[in-house]
Design a protein around this ligand. Structure first.
Ligand code: MLT
Length: 329
């Protein structure tokens, strides 16, 4: 029998051509079913609000539903680990915030690597934070809150969304800057933490404007300050915490979208393009602006924009968290 042997170079070229064709065909058809957007915190909280607002708009562009799945716990690390191990088929994405940068320092036994276990899709939105209190907290402004917290450090408490959550980070920095100790009360997200604040079960919460703005405007919680370098357009009468004596105090939450490592580039690009379109949708633009959120520059709405930012933020937080002596394990 005579074997017809194809030269190796021919096999390589034809295999590559076939692969390129099937990738192109795959990309044209994608997505053919619903896409899961994993949210690391509870429903009703700020990450969930951003994910659902954008997901609804992205559904229109992608022609398939973007379904939000809340995978809560351990300050967002359960959702990130889940996504890192998910099938890299273009149907699972994760939205996460500064917690991607703080987790490797806070959790010494973290079972995923934020800087190498993911494909980076894009940054999403920047959100200022507010320091808010229960409606009947005796302190009427930040000056009175300082005095009240110092006099009641054995009983005042601050809710947060778990070690690694930005509400936790903000609380750590706040207690350091104020020079007071407070009991902290963890929840699965600031959605449930806000419910506890509204019910008067906890005293204070440092949370994003995407969650606090409606309650501030309704007068159902007290507002003590914003965490940005300058005042917010949406809350122009509220001084920054820096203005009120906490020199240089600044915490702004940034968000990114990630996919499991190995997710096809075509899927990453298509999901990223749908995100960009959503961020220009007039309904989305108005809703996010009313909630105090800021759309980042176009350069940040790219895979490289997220990856570089994550690297910088990881390096920035490491000494801060180490100095605070905060570890989750
Ligand atoms: C949430 O969505 O509940 C918050 O982003 C949690 C946090 O404070 O990090």
């Amino acid at each position: 029998m005579k074997l017809i042997q194809m030269p190796v170079w021919k096999m390589t070229v034809s295999t590559m051509a076939g692969l390129a064709l099937s990738c192109a065909a795959w990309a044209q058809g994608y997505p053919t079913k619903a896409i899961t957007l994993v949210v690391p915190f509870a429903a009703g909280g700020p990450t969930d609000v951003v994910a659902r607002t954008l997901g609804a708009a992205m559904t229109k562009t992608l022609g398939q539903s973007v379904i939000v799945e809340n995978k809560t716990g351990a300050g967002g690390t359960i959702a990130a680990a889940y996504t890192a191990r998910a099938n890299p088929d273009g149907y699972t994405f994760l939205i996460h915030h500064n917690g991607m940068a703080t987790a490797p320092v806070l959790y010494r036994k973290l079972n995923y690597k934020p800087l190498s276990d993911f494909e980076y899709v894009s940054q999403v939105i920047d959100v200022p934070m507010t320091l808010v209190g229960r409606k009947d907290l005796p302190a009427k402004d930040f000056k009175e809150l300082m005095a009240y917290a110092k006099a009641n450090s054995d009983k005042i408490n601050l809710a947060h969304a778990g070690l690694g959550a930005v509400s936790h980070l903000c609380g750590v920095l706040l207690r350091q800057a104020m020079g007071v100790s407070m009991t902290t009360v963890p929840y699965q997200g600031t959605g449930p933490a806000m419910n506890a604040l509204l019910a008067g079960q906890v005293d204070l919460l440092c949370d994003q404007t995407t969650s606090t703005t409606p309650h501030i405007k309704a007068g159902s919680i007290k507002l003590y300050g914003v965490t940005t370098a300058s005042r917010l357009k949406t809350l122009p009468d509220t001084p920054t915490l820096a203005e009120q004596g906490l020199k240089d105090f600044q915490v702004v939450v940034w968000h990114g979208i990630y996919a499991p490592k190995g997710t096809p580039k075509e899927a990453v690009d298509k999901f990223g393009a749908a995100l960009k379109t959503a961020l220009k949708d007039p309904v989305v633009v108005q809703r996010l602006a009313e909630l105090g959120a800021i759309v980042p520059s176009d350069a940040k709405l790219t895979p490289a924009g997220l990856q570089t930012w994550l690297q910088q933020e990881t390096a920035r937080y490491e000494p801060v968290i180490k100095a605070a002596g905060q570890f989750a394990d």
